[in-house]
Design a protein around this ligand. Structure first.
Ligand SMILES: NC(=O)c1ccc[n+]([C@@H]2O[C@H](COP(=O)([O-])OP(=O)(O)OC[C@H]3O[C@@H](n4cnc5c(N)ncnc54)[C@H](OP(=O)(O)O)[C@@H]3O)[C@@H](O)[C@H]2O)c1
Length: 180
């Protein structure tokens, strides 16, 4: 049965893969046999997490702060140079901000939108050629954007920019297959 879910020979990039849900995703991919690159804003956190996961399979630390599109472009260039192929991109890194509406600050918008919406878009745009090369018609490359229920239905979280960002991220949905 495990062969059905094997990712042996696949290479994956998980943003925010050093902790939280991203780490669980990275561990799952490693257990399935994939080689995994993870990102974190802090180099030491990234290196430590990759070192801890190395017992599960090859895990590479790629520190990156994805607050700007330039950083996403640079991350993809670095990934391409040190890992090469990319079969799976998991846009997991995310940022939130909560507060009552009457004092919800304007500064709670640009950072959340940059990390949750623009960075995933830039990562996808930059990695498209690699994903296209790595996929085949029978086994296309995959992009998984980690959304949230907050982007689908109104929740009483007072996380206005977060909910809007996750709704925007869902608009990146596309069932096109990436294959050469
Ligand atoms: N937990 C939930 O209940 C829940 C529910 C729905 C959706 N989600 C989504 O699941 C994803 C992971 O969430 P989580 O619960 O695991 O949260 P978390 O523990 O707070 O993790 C957030 C991740 O995003 C990364 N990150 C934040 N800002 C970043 C930046 N500027 N540049 C690069 N990376 C950045 C963090 O990396 P470092 O701190 O290592 O730099 C961390 O790995 C997010 O997209 C979140 O919106 C979570």
């Amino acid at each position: 049965m495990s062969d059905l879910f094997s990712l042996a020979g696949k290479k994956a990039l998980v943003t925010g893969g050093a902790q939280g849900l991203g780490r669980m995703i990275a561990e799952g991919l490693l257990r399935a046999g994939a080689e995994v690159a993870i990102t974190s804003r802090k180099a030491e956190v990234c290196e430590a997490a990759a070192g801890e996961m190395e017992s599960l399979g090859r895990c590479i630390a790629m520190p990156a702060d994805l607050s700007t599109p330039e950083a996403a472009v640079e991350l993809v260039a670095r990934y391409r140079q040190s890992v090469g192929e990319c079969h799976i991109l998991i846009n997991n890194a995310g940022k939130t901000w909560g507060g009552p509406i009457d004092s919800f600050p304007d500064k709670a918008w640009p950072g959340v939108m940059a990390v949750n919406v623009q960075a995933p878009f830039t990562m996808i745009r930059e990695l498209l050629p690699d994903l296209g090369k790595a996929g085949t018609t029978d086994d296309p490359a995959r992009i998984i954007n980690i959304g949230s229920v907050a982007g689908v239905k109104t929740e009483r979280l007072n996380a206005y920019s977060y909910a809007a960002s996750k709704a925007a991220l869902l608009s990146h949905q596309d069932d096109r297959a990436f294959a050469r």
